[in-house]
Design a protein around this ligand. Structure first.
Ligand code: 13P
Ligand code: SF4
Length: 305
């Protein structure tokens, strides 16, 4: 297996150079995929990289909305998603028609949309946010405006608690993070009383209120590097443990629950990355009538954060 991966890696690196490509990977990707990437990060890091790269081709190892974000920000580049079935169930919990209906009911509202959403939904939004900057984006909105927060009710609740602003919440959620329950945290705290606990803001409020840090995936990596604690209990998708352990070989990382797996994040494999580069598949393309307004909402976010 190791040998097989080495051969695949060498082929990927060769093709990557020939095609002037960059490989971006989300922190939840399989360890072997994170290891061949030029850059691994959270959604905010990855969107910044996608906007700034000189490469002609971006191979996006993540889920569909992430590759779409790269395509929105870099319209002249080829953006490849190695598995077209890698979606995000939360992103599918809102569509442009239902958002338009909701906007009609709240005509004065500013629409703040989590990047875990389709390009069509972003195009209907005023500003985007990620898990790393949701509170900052919400706080930047004039106090006399209503705010409609789409689609993650839990990230919205967290931003509401951080800023003191009242938000109209869309009832979406991440099925993976919803599996993390307060009982899991309490049990882990009893097992490891000296440990620090960090979770992702997609977790339920009953969970985020119990912990030492509520952070994006890259925020969790930074917390792990900086904390004095030797044991860190981690409440997010299990793929992050690869990076955490690699960057902090002397610290111990304990998942809050082994059930926190996002199957969509595991669709991309080394074989598919190689196939994607050699066949130029699957290209993520967005029509200009959607891309231009979606880019405005993303650029507003990048200006705020
Ligand atoms: P981050 O932006 O924190 O990496 O989160 C993305 C995501 O999909 C979390 O489930
Ligand atoms: Fe979507 Fe949740 Fe998977 Fe993130 S972990 S991509 S929010 S389903």
């Amino acid at each position: 297996m190791m040998e097989e991966n080495k051969t695949l890696e060498a082929k990927i690196q060769k093709l990557k150079r020939e095609r002037n490509a960059i490989i971006l990977a989300h922190n939840y990707q399989l360890g072997e995929v994170q290891d061949i990437a030029d850059f691994a990060g959270d959604s905010l890091d990855l969107s910044r990289k996608a906007a700034a790269t000189d490469a002609e081709v971006i191979v996006f190892c993540g889920v569909h909305f992430m590759a779409e974000t790269a395509a929105i920000l870099s319209p002249n580049k080829t953006v490849l998603l190695p598995d077209q079935h890698a979606g995000c169930p939360m992103a599918d919990m809102v569509d442009a028609d239902s958002l338009r209906d909701m906007k009609a009911k709240h005509p004065n509202a500013v629409v703040v949309t989590y990047v875990n959403s389709t390009a069509e939904v972003k195009a209907e939004s005023d500003v985007c946010c990620t898990s790393a900057n949701a509170a900052k984006v919400v706080a930047s909105i004039p106090a006399d405006r209503e705010i409609l927060f789409v689609p993650d009710q839990y990230l919205g609740t967290f931003a509401q608690e951080q800023t003191g602003r009242k938000l109209i919440l869309w009832p979406g959620y991440c099925p993976t993070h919803r599996r993390i329950r307060p009982e899991h945290i309490e049990q882990r705290k009893r097992q490891y009383p000296e440990a620090k606990v960090v979770v992702h803001p997609e977790c339920r409020p009953e969970v985020t209120r119990l912990v030492d840090g509520v952070l994006s995936t890259s925020g969790i990596c930074q917390f792990a590097r900086e904390t004095e604690a030797q044991t860190i209990i981690v409440g997010t998708e299990l793929g992050i443990l690869h990076r955490l352990q690699k960057e902090n070989p002397d610290k111990q990382f304990v998942p809050v629950t082994e059930q926190a797996v996002c199957p969509n994040m595991k669709w991309v494999t080394l074989e598919k990355v190689l196939w994607s580069l050699s066949e130029n598949q699957h290209q993520v393309k967005i029509s200009e009538d959607i891309r231009v307004p979606a880019e405005k909402a993303l650029q507003r976010m990048l200006e705020v954060s």
